[in-house]
Design a protein around this ligand. Structure first.
Ligand SMILES: *Cc1c(COP(=O)(O)O)cnc(C)c1O
Length: 400
């Protein structure tokens, strides 16, 4: 691909000058690059605005969940929005955050950690918050993190209400009695303590947070320990065409209500760990049609690239057709989108409505693709989406 200077600019992120091609809008990207490869169109201003808004609404400290989209430009944009705290799960994630943003704080929120990672992050990066959901992991953290100047965050199993698209309680989380015992054990070692939960990604029911907070109250009472931190996790939803979700305000209302009911001391730190809700809207993906067979379109990204999340859960993104020369039909028709690899599984679930005369060479912009997209892409079959540009228009589905 040609790295022409057209549209190129220099952006000063918090991580220093980083050259990134900048365009007014997605149409300008198509005109300038006419890309035969997939292109992520980042909207840094939207990412920054979304982060600011979330921070202004949440009654506590907002940790961006790095795994959702760790691209440096995405991190820069949420940092510009005021995010200084990051939910991280591995030594590389912690190193990326701490080396890039000297004034940022990372939190080690994975319930199963390598010993060396605990040791390194405690010593070299000053990490003090560690999540555990099992006695053996608590002992591991106590042994490797050395001092008792740490905050042991006990991850709870919350009920699977079916309101979230993922049940994150199936893999991690202590049962209430276990959680209470872990709090007591950590407090007995002189550590500060906390509770954490994750009600599952893309949660459609704000009341779930309030119920989880009530469970926290029970556990605190059972443990007889004063906690120092409380983390309500992620799960805040993004907009997809098949999911009408309540406004963010409703989630905050339930969380505020739940926190009031708990009657915590004002010194208790409150955290949230949004991923999807901060970044989904901030990036779209420009793909190109490489062949049409009837109502099947073969495009240049798929389930092994940017679109794997669609195969795990039922989310549907808005799409629009872009053609450089000539008009497209006003009549819509349903098409299946086939990915670029030779694997016959590489087909997106469901159908997408596009102008009926879509043809080879047209581009399809797939919106709302800032979350769990590039973060999950593989190199399978030699295809790897890796081109990022910045655009400064409003996306088709600007929900902020
Ligand atoms: C993935 C994850 C998040 C982010 O979840 P979203 O649903 O994207 O907000 C937050 N916390 C933990 C512990 C996670 O594993």
């Amino acid at each position: 691909m040609s790295l022409s200077e057209a549209g190129e600019n220099t952006q000063d992120g918090a991580s220093g000058a980083r050259r990134k091609r900048r365009f007014d809008d997605v149409l300008s990207v198509v005109r300038a690059l006419q890309p035969g490869y997939p292109v992520y169109c980042l909207r840094p201003k939207l990412l920054t605005r979304t982060a600011k808004r979330f921070i202004s609404m949440f009654p506590g400290t907002v940790l961006y969940a790095v795994k959702c989209n760790p691209h440096p430009a995405v991190l820069d944009a949420v940092y510009q929005g005021g995010v200084r705290h990051f939910d991280t799960a591995s030594l590389p994630e912690i190193a990326q955050i701490c080396d890039t943003y000297p004034d940022a704080h990372a939190y080690f929120m994975h319930p199963v950690k390598a010993r060396a990672a605990i040791r390194m992050t405690y010593k070299a990066y000053g990490i003090r918050h560690f999540v555990v959901d099992h006695e053996d992991e608590l002992n591991k953290v106590l042994e490797e993190a050395g001092g008792n100047d740490i905050v042991v965050m006990v991850r709870l199993k919350t009920e699977d209400t079916g309101d979230s698209l993922y049940d994150l309680a199936s893999k991690f989380g202590a049962e209430p009695a276990e959680a209470a015992a872990l709090l007591r054990a950590a407090a007995a070692k002189g550590c500060r303590t906390g509770l954490a939960f994750h009600i599952g990604s893309q949660c459609r029911e704000p009341k779930v947070y309030r119920r989880a907070l009530a469970l926290c109250s029970d556990i605190i009472a059972r443990a007889g320990v004063d906690i120092d931190s409380l983390d309500v996790g992620g799960g805040f939803p993004a907009y997809y065409t098949n999911a009408v979700v309540p406004p963010l305000e409703d989630y905050m209302t339930e969380i505020r209500g739940g926190l009031n009911d708990m009657g915590l001391k004002p010194t208790v730190e409150i955290f949230s760990e949004p991923g999807r809700a901060l970044v989904a809207a901030g990036c779209s993906l420009l793909t190109q049609v490489q062949l049409r067979k009837g109502d099947r379109l073969y495009i240049n990204d798929g389930i092994y690239g940017s679109l794997s999340e669609m195969t795990q859960v039922d989310i549907r993104m808005p799409v629009r057709l872009i053609r450089l020369k000539g008009e497209t039909s006003q009549n819509l028709r349903s098409f299946t989108l086939n990915g670029p690899t030779c694997d016959s599984l590489d087909v997106l679930p469901g159908t997408f409505d596009l102008p009926e005369d879509v043809r080879e060479g047209d581009w399809i912009e797939i919106d709302q693709l800032g979350a769990y997209s590039n973060a999950l892409a593989t190199h399978f079959n030699g295809f790897y989406p890796e081109t990022f540009v910045e655009v400064h228009d409003a996306p088709p589905a600007d929900m902020s």
